[in-house]
Design a protein around this ligand. Structure first.
Ligand SMILES: CC(C)(COP(=O)(O)OP(=O)(O)OC[C@H]1O[C@@H](n2cnc3c(N)ncnc32)[C@H](O)[C@@H]1OP(=O)(O)O)[C@@H](O)C(=O)NCCC(=O)NCCS
Length: 111
């Protein structure tokens, strides 16, 4: 089993919310539409970014062609975040997210 964790300051994402080019470089269309539909889009974008980083740490990959953008997060119908690798649901990785007003944290397990 491997673990990974990441914490992000939400205000760091303020400048990105309206920058479609940046958003597209980092997030999938679904991650963008999920986050932008929420009252606090920055918080959800930051959480997804933290989740990608946490998963990347847990994967501990030496593959230089594997990018953080290969990881995406999609919530299931209950709201539970699920990890997708290159758009394919990955059942061997679990991630959990939490937000406060200022920070988001993500914790990932690869089992
Ligand atoms: C779902 C729940 C756990 C979210 O907790 P919260 O304190 O409101 O919010 P947090 O900031 O910690 O977490 C939010 C994230 O939880 C995740 N989440 C939502 N529903 C979830 C679920 N069913 N399972 C796992 N994770 C879930 C999401 O990733 C969400 O972030 P996102 O919208 O950016 O994807 C909470 O609203 C809830 O329903 N709790 C049950 C209440 C309860 O019984 N509490 C007593 C436990 S001892």
């Amino acid at each position: 089993m491997n673990i990974g964790v990441d914490i992000e300051e939400i205000k760091r994402f303020a400048k990105y919310v309206k920058d479609k080019k940046y958003l597209k470089r980092v997030f999938t269309d679904e991650e963008i539409s999920y986050s932008l539909a929420k009252k606090n889009a920055m918080q959800h974008l930051a959480a997804r970014f933290a989740a990608k980083e946490a998963v990347w740490k847990a994967l501990n990959t030496r593959n230089k062609r594997f990018m953080v953008t290969d990881i995406s997060i999609k919530n299931n119908k209950d709201g539970r975040p699920q990890v997708y690798i290159r758009n394919k649901k990955c059942k061997k990785i679990d991630v959990s997210l939490s937000h406060t007003d200022k920070y988001v944290v993500a914790f990932a397990v690869v089992f």
